[in-house]
Design a protein around this ligand. Structure first.
Ligand code: ADE
Length: 338
């Protein structure tokens, strides 16, 4: 086999592969996708309209914290459109031929999903512009004074880009998406429904109070909910519980250092560092990242968003600040106002 095509096979996943852990619990169609009602409504209308016109769906940019269902939504869109979804991620598109290979192998109206799209390099990004706009790839043939540009037509397709850092996307790329949607943290009721659905698929007997307890502790994130549910299942099977109640969930998740509000060890380490080291702030992101030995992007895109949404942390022009609710959650006394 040509080594480049082997590499391509590795980068590109698609439906039809043996399901991974996460894949087995993913909803397959819009009707099964719980929560994100505005997103579902917008995309549902766009899918129905383009299907009735026989056109490809406009390019879609999905942004928001990790684990909220961006990849799942790309797969759902492909399913709703009745086409295949090719999955890749920007770091896998290092050489021009990586992205060209993907684009020329697409079938009409297929979905190309590029995760972490803010990490595309400049060459890959510039190859994408005419592909997105005019379904064409501009190739430079030859070198020096004999170099010429040749246009290669490709089939109409839909690019679904996903990013945790919408602000890091270049404007020309962002402008080429017809639909730009943010995924929000999930509501408690939706999370409970997601946990109950996953428990059914995993054939677990989970009380509704137990489902609610997992929902409360999953940082508003289905991926975490499903992960916690598997940890609860481990404890239940080792302790010989057939039915899983709220107490067992509490015991299992406490063992995994997830507290009643869903904060994990990393969240508490951040808040504790701010309180013990900086009087609760304000303190700069880089200082905190260095203190925790974390990369500042991880801190900003993975850890902080949930703490901000919960009102435990605040971003101010002078840096990050632990709120009164954050202090109370960690058992610190309220700050005296001078
Ligand atoms: N599993 C993970 N995310 C889900 C969602 N949004 N709806 C249903 N099941 C899910």
């Amino acid at each position: 086999m040509d080594p480049s095509s082997a590499a391509e096979e590795q980068q590109v996943g698609e439906r039809g592969e043996p399901p991974g852990r996460e894949d087995s619990l993913r909803p397959r169609c819009l009707a099964d996708y719980i929560g994100q009602s505005e997103l579902k409504q917008v995309l549902g209308i766009a899918v129905a309209a383009t299907r009735s016109r026989g056109e490809p769906l406009d390019h879609v940019l999905l942004h928001g914290p990790p684990g909220l269902g961006k990849t799942t939504m790309a797969l759902v869109l492909a399913e709703e459109l009745g086409v295949r979804c090719r999955i890749t991620s920007a770091p896998a598109l290092e050489r021009p031929r990586d992205i060209i290979g993907l684009l020329v192998n697409l079938q009409a109206h297929e979905v190309l999903f590029i995760d972490e799209i803010h990490r595309l390099n400049r060459v890959a990004e510039e190859l994408l512009y005419p592909a997105m706009e005019d379904y064409r790839i501009d190739l430079t043939v030859g070198k020096g004074t004999t170099a010429r540009t040749r246009s290669l037509p490709i089939v109409p397709f839909t690019l679904v880009g996903a990013t945790t850092r919408a602000g890091a996307l270049s404007w020309p790329l962002r402008d080429r998406f017809g639909l730009i949607q943010r995924l929000e943290f999930y509501e408690l009721d939706d999370l409970r429904a997601i946990v109950e659905r996953a428990a059914g698929l995993l054939r677990l007997q989970l009380d509704s109070e137990a489902a609610l307890e997992v929902a409360r502790r999953c940082r508003g994130t289905p991926r975490i909910a499903n992960r916690l549910l598997r940890r609860v299942r481990d404890v239940a099977s080792v302790r010989g519980h057939e039915r899983i109640g709220a107490e067992l969930v509490e015991a299992a998740l406490t063992l995994h250092r997830v507290d009643g509000r869903g904060l994990d060890a990393s969240d508490r380490r951040l808040l504790t560092l701010m309180l013990e080291g900086y009087g609760g702030g304000p303190v700069g992101l880089e200082t905190l990242a260095a203190g925790l030995g974390e990369d500042s992007t991880t801190l900003e895109t993975v850890i902080e968003p949930f703490l901000l949404q919960q009102g435990l942390l605040q971003r101010t022009p002078r840096g990050r600040l632990v709120t009164a609710a954050g202090r109370a959650h960690l058992g610190w006394p309220a700050q005296l106002v001078a």
